[in-house]
Every structure is written in C-alpha cells, then in structure tokens.
Design a protein around this ligand. Structure first.
Ligand code: ADP
Ligand code: MG
Length: 348
C-alpha cells in the first residue's frame, strides 16, 4: 500500500556504523537549557538544577508493535517518540530530552532510516525535546526502536498513580477507541491489497481513526491546560492499553473503587460509525482498544467547576471506596465489573 516513492536505495554498508550515526544525527540541535552535553561523547550530561528527574523508556519491535507494510517509517519514528513523551506528561512533568536506539538489518537502505529519523526529529521539534544520544546496532532481520524520554518537575508537581481518593472525579482527555479502529481499517486494507494489489482504497472517511493509529499526539497541551486552570490531578496515567486496564491500575494503586459511566465515555462520531461498520461495540473498543495516548486522571470534586466547560476534558466516573469494587455502569444502569481485557470479546 505504501509505495516506495524514493527509489534510491543506499546500502547501509556504504556508510558503516559510525558513518550512519553521523549521517542520522549531524543536524541535531540542542535547545533545552538542561542539556549540558548532547550527542558526541560517551554520555550526555544534564542539569535540572535541583528539580526531580523523570525517566521513561519503551521498546518497539517490528512484527510485534508495528507492521511496516502499512506504517510509514516517518510515522513510526514520530509515534515512537509520542509513546514516551506521553509517559512523562502522565507524571505531570515537562519532557526535555530523548535518546533513540535502533537495531536495523541490511534489509533497510539508508533512505529508510532517514525517513524514520525525519519522524523522530519532527516530534522532537514540535514537542521541544532535545535528542541527546542513543545507540545504533544491527539486527538479523527486523527493526527495533527504543526511545527513552527524560523530563523534570518540582517534587510537589509530580502526580503518581496512587493518589486517587474516594469522591474524586475520574476525567479523561480527548476521545477514545480511535487508534484501535484505525488499526482495524489498516489491517483490512492490507488483506484487500494482498488479494488485489491494483485496488485503490478510499480511506478518506477513516482519516480520523487512521491518524489516531499512525500519528498519535502526546497530550502535552492537557498538562499545560491543567496548570493554567490551576488543577492538580490527585492521580494520573496515560492510556496506552485501553481505558479499562488503566482505570484498574489507578484504582489498585490508589486502593479505591470506581463507577465508570458508559454514557459518559467520549466517542468521536467517526468512531461510532466505524464501529457500526465493523460490527464492534463502541464501549468495548474504548475500554479495551488501547493506543489512544490520552490522559486519564482523578481530581478533587472542588476542582470540578474549573474543568467542566472544557471540551477537551470529560468526567467519566466517580471514585468509590475500595470495597465497592471497580465497575462499568451501563446505559441500562447495570453495574458490571471492569476487567482488564474488556468484559466481552472484541465483538459486540
Ligand atoms: P558508544 O560506542 O560509546 O556506544 P556510539 O559510537 O554508539 O558510542 O555513539 C556515539 C554518539 O552518538 C553517542 O553520543 C551516542 O549517544 C550517539 N548515538 C548513537 N546512535 C544514535 C542514534 N541512533 N540516535 C541518536 N544518537 C545516537
Ligand atoms: Mg553505541
């Protein structure tokens, strides 16, 4: 589906490992005052001037986390950075640096890695983080990318997963389920393409969900918005695995229960129509889909007036005591226990 628009294929062996590192990293600029030394020595040096340092890392493996038959390398690079920045923002910290490590086989030409780095550099630029190092090595066949994100926060600004209290409100940013549906559309197109490589898919009506899958944005804006509204969440997590399992993490670590209201779960109209087309239950998709990279957090009820008018934030639940358990309150007003994998198979 993704045509090779760049017919030039320079073999990696032409540059060698050091030549490749130099080629991929030569125009990387340093902007953060906390970056004392970036790429070029044995280690980078950072100075956060007494603030707490926040670190998060992720590993993405070809065939497990991404499929290059429909994921453009530029998007992959962008997403690999987003996944990590999202974790830093979920601590209510400022992301400031990343390191990028890649393992590649000679199946990839230099041009492919340039594309990957275009996406990585674009993400770093937009989100204002410095690329301060990494590692480059070979793999037998697949592509492996690991990004480590580093950030900082004052000690009293940091928000953990374990701070939710009874009577707090559960809030989510944006809308849910899009990334999973985008993946369903792309997987379907891949099968269609296998049968008939000449079909030109019309994916316009799926552009929102495909973008949610291929080019997610970490919610730096939400973190900044909360600061502006003077709301400090009592607990927070980012939604990488699906609403249900993230709620369970928050509740277990905070030792509380929850009522999650089905009719409050934010769904884009495209999500509802795509669910109908795929015969999927939109609640199940939101609960179990994953990869939305929205922020899920709890706030004290006193802060409700500050957030209630904001279209980017939706109150979806109510924190209970631990023994009340974790449940979805359905549209029919039934209380169903929340399960990490969703309460049904993905069909609904
Ligand atoms: P070492 O042999 O000490 O691991 P390298 O030769 O691998 O050092 O790396 C040289 C410099 O280039 C270091 O600053 C390292 O962090 C950086 N670097 C290596 N690979 C990458 C990469 N893929 N992306 C960004 N920086 C990299
Ligand atoms: Mg190295």
């Amino acid at each position: 589906m993704i045509e090779d628009k760049n017919p030039q294929r320079t073999p990696l062996s032409e540059l060698g490992e050091f030549g490749l590192i130099e080629h991929l990293t030569n125009h990387i600029e340093i902007k953060q005052p906390s970056t004392i030394k970036g790429i070029g020595d044995d280690a980078a040096i950072l100075d956060f001037e007494g603030k707490k340092t926040v670190v998060s890392t992720d590993l993405l493996v070809e065939g497990i986390h991404f499929d290059l038959s429909y994921v453009p390398l530029k998007h992959l690079g962008y997403k690999a950075v987003m996944v990590n920045l999202s974790d830093i923002y979920a601590m209510n910290a400022v992301a400031s640096q990343i390191t990028v490590s890649i393992a590649v086989s000679n199946r990839f030409p230099v041009e492919a890695l340039e594309e990957l780095y275009d996406g990585i550099k674009m993400a770093a630029k937009i989100y204002d983080v410095d690329i301060i190092g990494g590692d480059t090595t070979s793999s037998n066949r697949g592509l492996i990318i690991s990004v480590t994100a580093i950030g900082y926060a004052e000690e009293d600004e940091i928000v953990y997963r374990d701070g939710a209290k009874e009577k707090d409100l559960l809030v989510v940013s944006g809308d849910l389920g899009g990334a999973y549906l985008g993946l369903q559309v792309l997987e379907r197109e891949k099968e269609v393409y296998k049968v008939n490589p000449n079909t030109q898919p019309d994916l316009d009506k799926y552009s929102y969900v495909i973008e949610r899958q291929l080019k997610p944005e970490a919610r730096k804006d939400i973190q900044q918005l909360l600061k502006k509204l003077d709301v400090k969440p009592t607990s927070m997590i980012d939604i990488s695995d699906g609403l249900s399992s993230e709620i369970i993490h928050l509740c277990k670590q905070s030792k509380v229960g929850i009522n999650l209201y089905e009719d409050k779960i934010p769904l884009d109209p495209t999500i509802i129509s795509t669910c109908e087309e795929f015969s999927l239950n939109s609640t199940t998709v939101a609960l179990s889909g994953g990869e939305d990279y929205e922020l899920l957090f709890t706030i004290n009820q006193d802060d409700y007036p500050k957030i209630k008018a904001n279209p980017n934030l939706t109150v979806i639940g109510h924190v209970l005591d631990e023994k009340s358990g974790m449940a979805l309150v359905t549209r029919a007003n039934e209380r169903i226990e929340l399960k990490a994998q969703g309460w049904n198979p993905m069909k609904g």
